[in-house]
Write a protein that binds this ligand. Sequence first.
Ligand code: GLY
Length: 373
Amino acid sequence: MTNENLWIQETADKIKKKMEIVAERSRHKIPYTTQNGEHDDWTEKNICWWTNGFWGGIMWQLYHATGNFLYKEIAIETEEKLDRNLMIHQGMDHDSGFKWLPTSGAHYRLDGDPKAYNRLLLAADNLAGRFNPAGGFLRAWNDQGNGEKSGWAIIDCMMNLPLLYWASELTKDCRYRQVAELHGNIAMKYFVREDGSIKHIVEFNPVTGEYLRSHGGQGYKRGSVWSRGQAWAIYGFALSYRHTGEKKYLECAKKAADYFITHIPKGKGIPVDFLQPEDCTWEDSTAAVIAACGMLEISSHIEGSREEYKRNALYLLKFIARNRCNFTLDTDNLVERCTAAYHDEKHEFSIIYGDYFFIEGIWKLTGQELFIW
Ligand code: GLY
């Protein structure tokens, strides 16, 4: 076994050893972060929160890799809890892909479960209903009912498009795919700058569809480069290529990845924003692991520079495993120093999708991944 393969195997084993204990401890929760090393629970706090599918996703990935039925039971419990989203006013937004692909999507793919199928299609119908025909984009967030955000689209949505691609594959109804491609084309035109950097929020006139302005969103400021947004673009455009075969999406994913790669700081974690002030040390480890998954997705589709993207993905995953991971058994999280948004009060804590994409990335390397997107 090469040193590389040995490292991958050892890291996968450490994850499995820790998660067997964590799953038992947190089995009835839907965690977002940890407090003093203990998972919190969003089941009652906010069942509609956009990250509530990742705990189920972690459980399905572990079930797929180990066959331990405990993980499957927990994943199904989470999936069932998410049904409440459908009955809550504004319980749904564009993040339906994040909620239902790692839960119902995984369940349907593994078991062909009919309820999981229904949930997937309900979520896809709702997502497609957010399409703005004048501007050709999917509306991102809800607002207070005053229309303030009805023209807002965000780069994260590229990761929700696979729900629409899947819906077309399941139903043989091409409309979902058409909506996804129209949004993808608009995202390519308005979110991607000449140098490959990505805007977080783009605002359109919701009546005419005209481009109005961009917003800095969760990054440092307008015109800056939020690192997790950059990572969503890498993975999201690469996935649109996987589902459509349209080369333009792969080229776009590579352009976003090239920008990310040239801005990886030597020996340090990924900053929250690639253009944050020099004296700011805030990091976001989620950007590192999501970008790594995106680069591995790109490398699976190309011949020439395949090693370049795989090498950088490995660098990012190794950096996180060695410097930003907690493998001790008495804390519930794996990945540390994650940041939700530059202007939030709190920075550098554990976030559930950091753990999810770290595991997905390592599983891609071991070949044990359950493909979710
Ligand atoms: N999708 C929201 C975020 O990345 O924070």
